[in-house]
Design a protein around this ligand. Structure first.
Ligand code: ZN
Length: 116
């Protein structure tokens, strides 16, 4: 990506884009899911769509502002002891058990907007 011009979108805009264009929710549901107003969703989607279009048309890189953490550190939660942890970026394998109680009842935890 080095040397490429960049367009920037925020984590929130990316999430709105994901929920709307990838998951297929309507804007009302996206607003509810992200706990923001519908006009906010409309605005975020407009910005995200423009950024993606610009990147495609002009061959620019897309930089996700504040998004590295979300992408690089998947968060897990143990259903046994409720312990929550982030997978390190350089992990070679995916965690299979809880580091605290060694239970295998773990699941990906998708952070709500309030947790950022
Ligand atoms: Zn545990």
């Amino acid at each position: 990506m080095r040397g490429l011009e960049q367009v920037v979108i925020s984590v929130d805009e990316l999430e709105a884009l994901r929920l709307s264009d990838y998951v297929g929710l309507n804007q009302e549901d996206v607003a509810q899911e992200m706990n923001v107003s519908r006009p906010t969703v409309t605005r975020m989607l407009a910005k995200a769509h423009k950024a993606v279009a610009e990147a495609l048309v002009y061959g620019k890189a897309i930089k996700i502002e504040g998004g590295d953490y979300l992408v690089a550190h998947p968060r897990f939660v143990c259903q046994q002891c409720q312990h929550t942890w982030d997978e390190p970026t350089d992990a070679t394998t995916t965690t299979r058990t809880c580091p605290q109680c060694h239970s295998s009842a773990i699941r990906r935890h998708f952070r709500s907007r309030a947790e950022f």
